[in-house]
Design a protein around this ligand. Structure first.
Ligand code: FEO
Ligand code: CA
Ligand code: CA
Length: 635
């Protein structure tokens, strides 16, 4: 074990999220420059009544004149009760099957997952990655290809064969690198079950070492040049791919989130620049020890390397030989997902969240227009980047990130996007996670998962975080879902109207704003909405990544879960409960909507799960397929 590995392993001892780890190791300023957080005596009713939005109709969903009970429910399934079982629970009349788990080989030259060793670098390179997150199913004729992000690894699980529960040699570190990235594989339905087509020519592993092309305004900029790539146009690998997107022209978007946690410095006294610090890059990594086998992760030697991560990566899932493209035009931040819509004039609009406390919500508008069946490969290369500002009166505006506004060049805006957005005066948000656009009208939803720093401290850029607007609760431990309607129904418009679809909360514990909005009850309550996707009928599927303590503020909520909401009535029902200590993340449907694929990430992250195989087996992240027993449509 080298010194660097030992040092990194210290960080891994903290079983904290990336966000918490950043918080512990570099706390922001303690004092917040506003005082409105003090006396907000908010009765639940009074508080919700104060949130009046959506033009003249004025309501927060759940306090609408039309209650869910009065409207005919579009949610045809029987709600699942919260529970703390170590399995997946789906509604009566539905069943789930395993499709693929961490370590399952994609090629016959690979080997089956070995509980004793949990694999080697070589076996992992030939197998499905770890901690699957966003995913999308692509169809070409009768072939189905599933592209899945493999976000990160839990060291105590990945290295559970080691006494230290940490990477102890170069092969261990390489195994970890190979468990990241994206897994692409053909799947087929056989006797009612979806299985992987081992050895399909379409199968592919993209890892932290796969060649990438850097495109867009920042391509070739000095800040992207390194010793290994003096042109600043070619980088290696993608990692910490969280949510995803898909384009109308059939490509997959993998979004790089907590890329910072993999860099470290061989000189502990090295002081990262203010720009690196804004993104949480530190002299210690998060326990992965990648710099011990791959020098480019050493920021003392290669300070520009982190500038080459934090992007949206466009991948052609049907061409395993294609080079993934980093789209700098979509900005650099801790990308959650990328929701693509085609505006009325044919331009492409991409909505994107930056998942960190007090960071921002963004929109990209392409220069070019979408050509059905034409060459759209350059559409994400150039366009305009905007950041959201929410006003108290329910209006909002997209602030353009231009050289005039920010004093930065276009390339610098694409590299140091957070800094540009701070200069523009964007609204600090409660950790924007997935964004999803309604399939039948111009209305867009975003999960604001939680933010214990709301009203307590600034973001890493020193921007204040008042408990106002779409982020109305200080020390927000439950989260909410905001939605907006672009002016004139035009996604390229500068203005929008917003309101809250739901404020999560616990009405069995609280009677104030922390009880949640009126569409939250003792029967459907949840915390920390994260994954979010509309199905083709316009129902909103909500996945959670929150506290599963099931006590205190979270009493009665059970394990992480998936719910379905009706945007028209505000009704929300729980559809699924995940196994112990997992998050539910990633969702995609078969074209006939008879199967919904759902991701289960990090079951047993604290050591108390044997999902999916039970007994005393190693817990494994996995993708499951859910179907109705009668073969009907899902939803
Ligand atoms: Fe990877 Fe923001 O979740
Ligand atoms: Ca997420
Ligand atoms: Ca999350």
């Amino acid at each position: 074990m080298t010194n660097l590995i030992r040092e990194a392993a210290t960080a891994a001892d903290h079983e904290l999220s990336f966000d918490d780890w950043d918080e512990v190791t570099s706390p922001g300023p303690d004092v917040c420059g506003f005082d409105i957080v003090a006396d907000k005596a908010m009765s639940r009713r009074g508080f919700l009544g104060a949130l009046t939005v959506f033009g003249a109709t004025s309501f927060l969903m759940g306090t609408s004149a039309l209650t869910p009970a009065q409207a005919a429910s579009r949610l045809s399934f029987r709600q699942v009760a919260a529970n703390t079982e170590d399995t997946i629970t789906v509604p009566e009349g539905y069943s789930w099957d395993l499709v693929i788990s961490w370590g399952d080989p994609l090629w016959s030259k690979g080997v089956a997952f070995d509980d004793a060793t949990r694999g080697t670098a070589e076996s992992q390179e030939l197998a499905f990655g770890d901690n699957n997150d966003g995913m999308a199913l692509f169809v070409d004729g009768n072939r189905h290809v599933l592209a899945v992000n493999n976000e990160y690894t839990n060291r105590p699980i990945m290295y559970g064969n080691r006494e230290s529960k940490k990477p102890e040699n170069a092969d261990d570190v390489r195994k970890g690198k190979a468990a990241h990235g994206v897994s692409v594989m053909e799947v087929v339905e056989q006797e009612g079950k979806w299985v992987t087509v081992v050895d399909s020519p379409l199968n592919r592993r993209i890892t932290a070492d796969s060649p990438m092309e850097i495109t867009g305004p920042a391509r070739g900029h000095d800040l992207l040049k390194t010793k290994a790539d003096p042109s600043g146009t070619r980088s290696l690998g993608t990692w910490n791919n969280c949510g995803n997107g898909r384009t109308p022209w059939g490509t997959y978007l993998a979004c790089e989130e907590n890329f910072n946690g993999y860099f470290s410095s061989s000189d502990a006294n090295y002081k990262p620049s203010a720009e690196l610090s804004r993104y949480g890059v530190k002299t210690e990594d998060w326990g992965y020890a990648w710099a011990t086998v791959d020098e480019r992760f050493d920021i003392f030697k290669h300070p520009h390397e982190p500038n080459r991560a934090g992007y949206v990566v466009e991948i052609d899932p049907m061409d395993p030989a294609s080079t993934p493209k980093k789209r700098t035009a979509l900005g650099r931040f801790k990308h959650e997902n990328a929701e693509v819509v085609v505006a009325a004039d044919g331009r492409i609009v991409v909505y994107m969240g930056d998942d960190e406390r007090g960071e921002f919500l963004y929109k990209f508008v392409s220069d070019g227009v979408y050509a059905v069946g034409g060459d759209n490969s350059g559409l994400l290369e150039n366009g305009d980047l905007f950041v959201a500002k929410f006003n108290e009166d329910g209006s909002g505006e997209w602030l353009a990130l231009t050289p005039e506004v920010t004093g930065m060049s276009e390339a610098e805006i694409c590299i140091h996007t957070r800094i540009a957005a701070s200069k523009a005066g964007a609204t600090t948000m409660d950790r924007p996670e997935w964004v999803s656009a309604h399939p039948h009208k111009a209305e867009v939803y975003c999960c604001l998962t939680n933010n214990k720093n709301r009203g307590v401290k600034t973001n890493a850029g020193g921007d204040e975080t008042p408990a106002t607007g779409p982020n109305p609760r200080e020390k927000n431990n439950y989260g909410q879902i905001v939605r907006w309607q672009p002016k004139g129904g035009d996604h390229t418009a500068a203005g929008f109207d917003w309101n809250l679809f739901v404020l999560a909360g616990n009405p069995t514990v609280h009677s104030d704003a922390y009880a949640g909005s009126g569409n939250v009850t003792a029967d459907n309550m949840f915390n920390s909405p994260d994954g979010l996707a509309f199905d083709s009928t316009g129902l909103l599927w909500i996945q959670t990544d929150g506290s599963y303590k099931n006590e205190g503020d979270f009493a009665g909520m059970g394990n992480n879960q998936m719910l379905v909401g009706d945007p028209e009535t505000g009704e929300i029902k729980r559809f699924l409960v995940g196994p112990k200590e997992c998050e539910v993340t990633g969702i995609t449907w078969s074209p006939d909507r008879k199967t919904v694929f759902v991701g289960i990430q990090h079951p047993g992250e604290k050591g108390d799960s044997h999902f999916p195989r039970g007994g005393d087996t190693v817990p494994r992240s996995c993708v499951v397929a859910i179907r109705r027993n009668d073969g009907g449509l899902i939803g």
